[in-house]
Design a protein around this ligand. Structure first.
Ligand SMILES: Cc1ncc(COP(=O)(O)O)c(C=O)c1O
Length: 378
């Protein structure tokens, strides 16, 4: 196949406002965390999401760790997570001494299978951590019905909705990622949505090393001291200044990404009809955020060949999470809640296409043209 110029999997997008905000932060002379830029990002997030409190964190990983600390999760506790997830979804709780219990996912949305959850829950279960895979909301209603604390891993789900509610605002906590590959980014960053009024103050304590420094910074007291377990979870103002430039452009980002998602989706309908690949499934009530576009190939051999042939045509397609229960640490630290065959199957068959906010029409058309040719020749 003819080689065009290289099309990467991802390119960061900049609004143009980021550097002005960073310059303001620098000239203010205040670079440490929890300053005015973090405050502005948090206000924007709270207004857009409708959550009680949003806290900027250094990553979604940090936000997951905060949620674990806030729920008092520790040794002898179990936390149910999907096996088809990022390392941090389980590691955040293993770090606290808890046991991740791997549950299987649904074959349509690749989200936790609520029908298979019961077998994962024991007297030791302290929380359920559903991932909203690809920004497509999971069946949070059914998951919440177990009556256990829910930490929504919405690392990929910012500004997506399920049944009218923003992802990350339905469970006790929601976590978001601003890592470079996400729709909105500051390189490395995250946020914790705290949805329980009774935990807001403690969340600020855990964010600041386990101290009441937030009260001190707000000039409500003259000093601060160590109150409970926490860590250094608050990002520098350099990061939140940058992030503000992205959050201010959230509407444009979402609109552009949804347009690209739709372009791929329509163009690949034919390939799905021919049985060459399956396109993403969006359930009723879910409004996704177009954080990625993936295809499901017939089997692992086809998927690997697809990625290889795309690469030979200079287009970078990628796989996604290896099942956590098959990783060295997952085997050592976790428990399997029954067979995890869907997680294994999806992990072997998924391929993600190049996706970024301002991908131009010609590039999208090139990816589609090459994907069609590769699929037809597998
Ligand atoms: C589901 C999920 N959770 C958590 C994370 C971790 O995000 P971060 O890199 O911001 O810590 C990721 C990263 O992609 C993810 O996919």
């Amino acid at each position: 196949m003819e080689k065009g110029s290289f099309i990467p999997f991802h390119r960061p997008w900049f609004s143009g406002k980021e550097l002005a905000h960073v310059a303001d932060a620098v000239s203010s002379g205040r670079l440490m965390g929890a300053g005015p830029f973090a405050g502005r990002c948090e206000k924007l997030l709270e207004a857009a999401l409708g959550c009680k409190r949003a806290l900027c964190t250094v990553s979604a990983t940090a936000a997951l760790e905060m949620a674990g600390l806030l729920l008092g999760i520790g040794p002898n506790d179990e936390v149910v997570v999907p096996s088809f997830a990022f390392v941090s979804t389980a590691n955040a709780f293993a770090l606290l001494g808890a046991t991740p219990v791997f549950a299987d996912i649904r074959p349509d949305t690749f989200n936790l299978d609520e029908e298979k959850l019961e077998r994962a829950i024991t007297k030791k279960t302290k929380a359920i951590v559903p991932v909203h895979y690809a920004g497509v909301g999971c069946n949070i209603k059914a998951i919440s019905a177990f009556g256990l604390p829910v930490i929504e891993d919405a690392a990929l789900g910012l500004f997506a909705k399920i049944d009218g509610a923003s992802l990350g605002t339905i469970g006790d906590f929601g976590v978001f990622s601003f890592h470079q590959t996400k729709g909105l980014t500051c390189g490395e960053g995250g946020a914790l949505a705290v949805n329980r009024a009774d935990i807001v103050e403690r969340a600020e304590t855990v964010l600041h090393f386990g101290t009441d420094r937030a009260q001190y910074l707000a000039k409500k007291q003259d000093s601060y001291s160590w109150c409970e377990k926490g860590s250094s979870f608050s990002p520098s103002e350099l990061c939140t200044a940058f992030l503000l430039g992205q959050l201010e452009s959230a509407d444009f980002i979402l609109k552009s990404r949804r347009a690209l998602w739709q372009t791929y989706h329509l163009a690949l309908e034919d390939a799905e009809k021919k049985g060459l690949a399956k396109r993403p499934f969006i359930p009723k009530g879910a409004i996704h955020n177009a954080c990625q576009y993936s295809l499901l190939l017939a089997d692992e051999k086809m998927r690997d060949l697809f990625i290889k042939k795309m690469a030979q045509a200079n287009v970078q397609a990628t796989s996604h999470y290896p099942p956590l229960h098959q990783t060295p640490a997952g085997k050592r630290l976790g428990i399997n809640a029954g067979p995890l065959s869907v997680s294994e199957d999806i992990s072997r068959r998924i391929a993600r296409l190049p996706f970024w906010t301002d991908m131009d029409k010609a590039t999208a058309e090139k990816v589609i043209e090459i994907a069609h040719k590769v699929l037809a020749g597998l």
